[in-house]
Write a new protein. Structure first.
Lengths: 241, 298
C-alpha cells in the first residue's frame, strides 16, 4: 500500500481545468520531483493534495484512508504538509514564532525548533528576527522548517528555488539534503530540471494538467524529460510503485 | 488643569476597556462588531440581575457571567459570524447591526426604559476618592477601572505573544489560508477569539454599570466611544486602543472645560482630526482613505 495515492484527480480554476485525470502514488522514503512548465498544473495539484484547493473529481488516499474531503489543517494532523509557493510566512512574526506555529497540529516526531536550526544553520542567528525582514533564501529555509515542525509523513514542497539567487538556492538545497537524508518522503515541485533529477528518486512531468511522463530518476534521460516538458513526445509511465 | 488631565486619563482607560473586545475582534476576524455596545449592555443587565436577585457583589456576579459569555461568544462565531464572513465584508456588518437591534429590543421588552446602575451595589467604592496634591482627585472606582483596563490589555498582549493559542490567533489574523496549511483550525481559532472578545465585553459592561447608568439602548453610545478610541489609536492594536481611549477621554474632559457641550464635540473632533490626518498621509484618494481607516498599527 502506497503512503500517498492520487487517483484520477481533476481540479479547476473556475472554467479552466488545471489538473486532468492525474494519478500517481508515492512510497515512504521516496522523493518525487514534479516538473513542468508554468501553468502545467503542478502547484494546483500540490495544493489539492494538501487540501488548499478543492478537487473536482478523483480521490486522494493517505495511508489507505480517503482524505479527499478533509480540510487542510486535518491533513497536516494526519501527516501531509505543504511548503507553499512564495513561502507565505507570517511576516509579522519572528522566525522562532513561525517555527512554533508550525507545530500547531501537535504531531510528535524528530522535528522541533532545535532540530530545524540544526538542519538549517543559517536560521540560528535569525530566530528573533521578523520573518518579513529576511532574504528570500532565509525565508524559504524558514518555510521548510515551519513545515517540518508538523513532523510530516509526506512533505509537499512547491517551487523551492523560485525567486531565489543561485547562492540562496544552493544553501537551501544543502539543508534540504539533510532533510532527505533523514528518510523524509517528499513531493517536490521544481523548475530546475538538473537539480530535480539529482535529488529525486522518481520524476513526473506535467503538461497542460496531465502527467505525461513518470519514471525512476535513474531510468530517464534529461532529453526524455525535456521532450515531455515541451510536449514533444507521447506520454510514458514507468517505474510507478 | 492637572485634575482634568487625570480625569481624562482615567475616563480614557474606561474607553480602552470598552474598546478592547472590539479591537481584538477586528484585529483577528476583520469584523467591525456593531453589536459590541449592545452586548456590553446585555452583560451589564445579566450581572445586575444576578447581583440584585442573589444579593451578591457585582464582581462575584461577573465571575458567573464570564463562562456564559465565553460560551455565547463561541456560539455567536459558529452560528452567525462564520456564516456572515463567507458572504463578503458587508454581511458581518449587517448581521451584527441586526443582532444589536435584537438585543436592544429584547432588553427593552424585558426591563423597560428605566435606567439602572450598580453603583449602589458596591458601597463606598462608587464614590470614594483620594485627594492628591495639586487639586488632583482620583476616584477609587475610576482607578480600579484603569487598572483592570491596563491589566486586560497587557494580559491579552502577553497571551498573544507567549501562548500557542495566542500565536495561532496572530497567524490566523495575518493569513488564515496559510494558517490552515500549518495545521491550525482557523474556525476554532476564530471561535476562541470571539469568546475571548465576549469575556472582555462582559468585564467592560460590568464597569459601565458600576460607574454610570445604563438602559436598553445605551449600547450605541458605548459602541461609538469604543470605535473612536480604536480609530484614534490604530485599529487592531491593543496598546493603540489604550492610547486612543486616553486621547479621547482627555479630549472630552478638556473640551468640557471650554464649554459644557464641549465634552462630546471635542472627542468627535479629535476622532475626525486623526481620521483626516490618516487620509491626508495615505494620499487622499477614496480607496486609500478606506485603507487608512482600516490600517492596522503594529
Amino acid at each position: 500500500m502506497s503512503l500517498l495515492a492520487v487517483e484520477q484527480l481533476d481540479a479547476r480554476h473556475g472554467q479552466l481545468q488545471a489538473v486532468r485525470d492525474v494519478s500517481f502514488a508515492i512510497e515512504e522514503g521516496e522523493i518525487l520531483a514534479l516538473i513542468g512548465a508554468n501553468g502545467a498544473g503542478k502547484t494546483t495539484l500540490l495544493r489539492a493534495v494538501a487540501g488548499a484547493h478543492r478537487i473536482a473529481a478523483g480521490r486522494i488516499l493517505f495511508d489507505g484512508g480517503d482524505v479527499s474531503s478533509a480540510r487542510a489543517n486535518r491533513r497536516v494532523g494526519l501527516g501531509i504538509t505543504l511548503v507553499p509557493e512564495g513561502r507565505r510566512l507570517f511576516a509579522g512574526m519572528t522566525v522562532e514564532e513561525n517555527l512554533l506555529v508550525g507545530a500547531a497540529s501537535g504531531r510528535r516526531g524528530r522535528w522541533n525548533v532545535d532540530a530545524v536550526l540544526e538542519a538549517f544553520p543559517m536560521l540560528r542567528p535569525l530566530v528573533k528576527r521578523r520573518a518579513g525582514d529576511l532574504s528570500g533564501g532565509q525565508q524559504q529555509a524558514t518555510a521548510i522548517g515551519r513545515s517540518l515542525m508538523s513532523n510530516p509523513r509526506v512533505l509537499l514542497v512547491d517551487e523551492v528555488s523560485l525567486g531565489l539567487s543561485p547562492v540562496a538556492v544552493e544553501q537551501v538545497y544543502e539543508s534540504l539534503q539533510a532533510v532527505i537524508a533523514s528518510g523524509a518522503t517528499i513531493v517536490l515541485v521544481e523548475q530546475d530540471l538538473g537539480r530535480a533529477l539529482r535529488v529525486a528518486t522518481r520524476v513526473a512531468c506535467m503538461l497542460e494538467g496531465r502527467i505525461v511522463l513518470e519514471a525512476r530518476a535513474t531510468e530517464v534521460t534529461r532529453e526524455e524529460v525535456t521532450e515531455a516538458y515541451f510536449g514533444l513526445k507521447r506520454p510514458r509511465r514507468s517505474g510507478t510503485p | 488643569m492637572a485634575n482634568e488631565l487625570a480625569q481624562g486619563v482615567l475616563l480614557g482607560c474606561y474607553y480602552a476597556l470598552i474598546a478592547c473586545g472590539l479591537s481584538f475582534m477586528f484585529g483577528v476576524l476583520r469584523i467591525i462588531n456593531l453589536a459590541h455596545g449592545s452586548i456590553a449592555v446585555l452583560a451589564a443587565y445579566v450581572v445586575w440581575v444576578i447581583a440584585e436577585h442573589w444579593n451578591v457583589s457585582p464582581f462575584l456576579a461577573l465571575g458567573a457571567v464570564v463562562p456564559v459569555m465565553t460560551a455565547a461568544g463561541w456560539l455567536l462565531q459558529r452560528t452567525v459570524l462564520e456564516r456572515s464572513l463567507r458572504s463578503g465584508a458587508l454581511t458581518p456588518l449587517l448581521s451584527t447591526f441586526g443582532l444589536a437591534i435584537v438585543i436592544d429590543n429584547l432588553l427593552f421588552s424585558k426591563f423597560g426604559a428605566d435606567t439602572r446602575s450598580m453603583a449602589p451595589n458596591i458601597g463606598d467604592l462608587a464614590f470614594a476618592s483620594w485627594n492628591l496634591p495639586g487639586g488632583v482627585t482620583i476616584g477609587q472606582l475610576a482607578l480600579l477601572t484603569a487598572v483592570v483596563a491596563v491589566t486586560l490589555l497587557g494580559g491579552l498582549q502577553l497571551f498573544l505573544a507567549r501562548t500557542p493559542l495566542g500565536r495561532a490567533i496572530r497567524a490566523t489574523a495575518e493569513d488564515p489560508d496559510t494558517a490552515e496549511l500549518v495545521g491550525i483550525d482557523s474556525r476554532k481559532v476564530y471561535a476562541a477569539a470571539t469568546a475571548i472578545s465576549m469575556v472582555t465585553v462582559a468585564i467592560a459592561g460590568t464597569f459601565l454599570a458600576l460607574r454610570a447608568t445604563f438602559d436598553p439602548y445605551a449600547g450605541s453610545t458605548q459602541l461609538i466611544f469604543a470605535f473612536e478610541a480604536i480609530v484614534i489609536g490604530g485599529t487592531g492594536s491593543l496598546w493603540g486602543t489604550l492610547i486612543g481611549g486616553i486621547a479621547l477621554g482627555v479630549a472630552q474632559n478638556l473640551g468640557s472645560q471650554i464649554n459644557p457641550q464641549g465634552f462630546l464635540i471635542t472627542g468627535h473632533l479629535v476622532f475626525f482630526a486623526v481620521l483626516a490626518a490618516r487620509f491626508f498621509i495615505a494620499g487622499r484618494s477614496p480607496r486609500s482613505m478606506v485603507r487608512a481607516l482600516l490600517r492596522t498599527s503594529p
